[in-house]
Ligand binder design. Structure first.
Ligand SMILES: NC(=O)c1ccc[n+]([C@@H]2O[C@H](COP(=O)([O-])OP(=O)(O)OC[C@H]3O[C@@H](n4cnc5c(N)ncnc54)[C@H](OP(=O)(O)O)[C@@H]3O)[C@@H](O)[C@H]2O)c1
Length: 267
């Protein structure tokens, strides 16, 4: 097989200026934070999620984050795990340089409660979102392009009730290594950010027990959850998103799991 040359470019995020990045799961949390950072470095983003109103709000926030053309932020309503929907959603996009998949959710519970149906929510949806993004975009990604996925520190630091969630996250890291090897001849890179506890709407609703996400109760739950960590707080969503930008921008990183957990897995 003839192999294309290894592309060389600056590994700094400003190298993403003018690039097109698909954010599957970009209407909230870490994906939205990536959109804000990418807008600030002059990239074009295609934000994909299921809820149309949340997508519109996210697009407005990303446009407002930094000057740039309105069509530098596009939205697509699709379930990231639905290959047909994703192919339709991305069909008009001529060039895609990088893809970040943050679509996924967290459901926890003891073995006796977590049945196959729950597995479809917590394992299948996450795995198929990543795999589908790879299948749908692979032929359009250039040499030096990348796929970046999200996993979490439950893999290394499980808690009672997290077994199925950890299995889904582990599947993402295994997929990362497998696809990195498979796509390396095309010079497409595949990486994962393994995040520790991060202050996002997902975490707030999980810890805040369904209260208003911006309420004092939710703020207090976030602060309390961070106190036991080495750095004394949870991550901000942009701190995790910045790691994804690094993985996109550095053309010599593939098959890597970049841990951004504030030392939470140290012991
Ligand atoms: N927050 C943490 O502490 C933490 C730690 C480790 C790992 N993670 C993982 O990191 C990822 C992002 O977390 P987050 O906290 O940023 O979550 P979040 O705030 O809930 O955002 C999730 C985003 O994904 C979208 N989404 C979910 N399922 C989707 C699907 N099937 N198709 C398309 N879009 C979908 C959501 O929009 P719609 O619902 O409208 O589709 C939303 O935009 C998740 O996979 C999470 O498990 C989070």
């Amino acid at each position: 097989m003839s192999r294309s040359p290894v592309p060389v470019s600056t590994p700094l995020p400003h190298a993403l200026a003018g690039r097109t990045i698909v954010l599957a799961g970009g209407s909230s949390g870490i994906g939205l934070a990536a959109g804000l950072l990418l807008r600030a470095v002059g990239a074009r983003v295609i934000v994909v999620a299921r809820d149309e109103m949340r997508l519109a709000a996210a697009a407005a926030a990303i446009r407002a984050a930094a000057p740039g053309p309105d069509d530098g932020v596009l939205t697509r309503v699709a379930d990231a795990g639905d290959e047909e929907a994703m192919r339709l959603a991305l069909a008009p996009i001529d060039s895609i340089d990088h893809v970040l998949v943050t679509a996924g959710t967290l459901v926890m519970g003891p073995l006796a409660q977590m049945d196959r149906k729950q597995g479809a929510v917590v394992v299948d949806s996450r795995l198929w979102a990543a795999y589908t993004a790879a299948r749908v975009t692979e032929s359009r990604l250039p040499a030096g392009g990348s796929l970046t996925f999200l996993s979490g520190d439950f893999i290394q630091r499980p808690q009672p009730g997290s077994a199925l969630a950890a299995a889904g996250l582990g599947a993402i890291e295994a997929l990362t290594r497998g696809l990195a090897v498979e796509l390396a001849p095309q010079r497409i890179r595949v990486n994962t950010v393994r995040a520790g506890g991060t202050d996002t709407p997902l975490t707030r609703s999980f810890l805040g027990h369904g209260t208003d996400l911006d309420s004092e109760a939710a703020d207090s739950a976030i602060v309390a959850a961070g106190t036991a960590t080495p750095l004394g707080r949870l991550a901000g969503s942009q701190e995790v998103a910045a790691a994804a930008l690094f993985l996109m921008a550095n053309p010599y990183v593939t098959g890597s799991v970049l841990v951004v957990d504030g030392g939470q897995t140290l012991g």
